[in-house]
Design a protein around this ligand. Structure first.
Ligand SMILES: [Zn+2]
Length: 299
């Protein structure tokens, strides 16, 4: 059974995850995680090669299709990466692996990989334009059209987290303006991500709390404000990209009742006579980055 075998690697800030997938549904059959060496690009590249060798051995196929998901902007021509959390900025992982191993490994942004995984055999299956929105430590997105990642200008995914937070929303809830990890002031990410939720808790309750803690304490006021602002974010997606559905992933997508909560919020912000985009929760959860990268390689 060698048909439809493929491998995916998710190069994250703390770990490099490799998964072997099998069958038409691309189900995980093997999984291996190793820490991401952060001291140098050379060490990181070596760790990537180690994961590639492991996948090829497990599959018993030297030419196993393997795709790689990375957290950053990838220049489509040069393959050069700009990334905050891995030591790869200015390097082309694609070209360097090709030179060392003599074959091609597609490299894709991790949010794009998430969207692709959900578009093919995930919650977005059967929809033409699928937007994947990750609400995790940060906020990011990817978009797939007819089961393929859309080609994006300059290698950007959907960098929604770094659009400005609407002034009306900040004023409505008396939220402080904060500096974002990207260096700009008042990005959406400072209110909509997991970190953003803790920021809202700090402004409203005087203490930083996670989504789980807020749920456990029955503190719905903070979650309502978060949902209100996340709804603005969803409206922006709908107005600009008009996807057939938006698939939610990342830690905050596991909050209880997250879909009906955000649906209510999106409806309250929608323009007159506008039918709100369908919201769905991701099907593939933790494996989204590796699975999407593997499907890209298998094509
Ligand atoms: Zn930002």
């Amino acid at each position: 059974m060698t048909a439809l075998l493929c491998g995916g690697i998710d190069l994250g800030g703390t770990k490099i995850e490799a998964r072997l997938f099998e069958g038409p549904e691309a189900s995980t059959t093997e999984l291996r995680r190793i820490p991401t060496p952060r001291q140098s690009y050379a060490a990181m590249l070596e760790a990537l090669e180690e994961q590639i060798r492991w996948l090829a051995e497990k599959a018993e196929r030297a030419d196993l299709p393997i795709g790689i998901a990375v957290p950053g902007i990838i220049d489509p021509e040069s393959g050069r990466i700009f990334a905050a959390n891995i030591p790869a900025t200015g390097h082309s992982v694609r070209d360097d692996l090709q030179e060392r191993l003599g074959r091609t490994f597609p490299v894709v942004n991790d949010c794009m990989a998430f969207a692709l995984s959900e578009a093919r055999g995930g919650a977005g299956e059967g929809h033409g334009t699928v937007m994947g929105l990750i609400l995790g430590t940060g906020v990011g997105g990817g978009i797939c059209v007819d089961g393929a990642p859309s080609r994006r200008h300059g290698g950007l995914a959907v960098e929604l987290g770094h659009i400005g937070l609407p002034a009306s929303a900040a004023a409505r809830h008396g939220l402080a303006l904060r500096r974002c990890g990207c260096g700009r002031m008042g990005c959406l990410e400072t209110a909509v991500s997991g970190t953003g939720l803790a920021n809202i808790a700090e402004d409203m309750l005087g203490t930083r709390m996670s989504g789980e803690e807020l749920v456990r304490q029955g503190e719905s006021g903070v979650l309502d404000v978060w949902a209100d602002i996340a709804g603005e974010c969803l409206l922006t997606i709908q107005l600009m990209l008009a996807p057939d559905c938006i698939i939610l992933g990342g830690g905050l997508s596991n909050l209880p009742d997250v879909v009906p909560r955000l649906e209510r919020s999106l409806r309250s912000h929608a323009l007159d006579n506008m039918k709100p985009t369908r919201l769905l929760r991701a099907r593939h959860g933790d494996s989204s980055g590796t699975r999407g990268a593997a499907l890209l390689a298998r094509r």
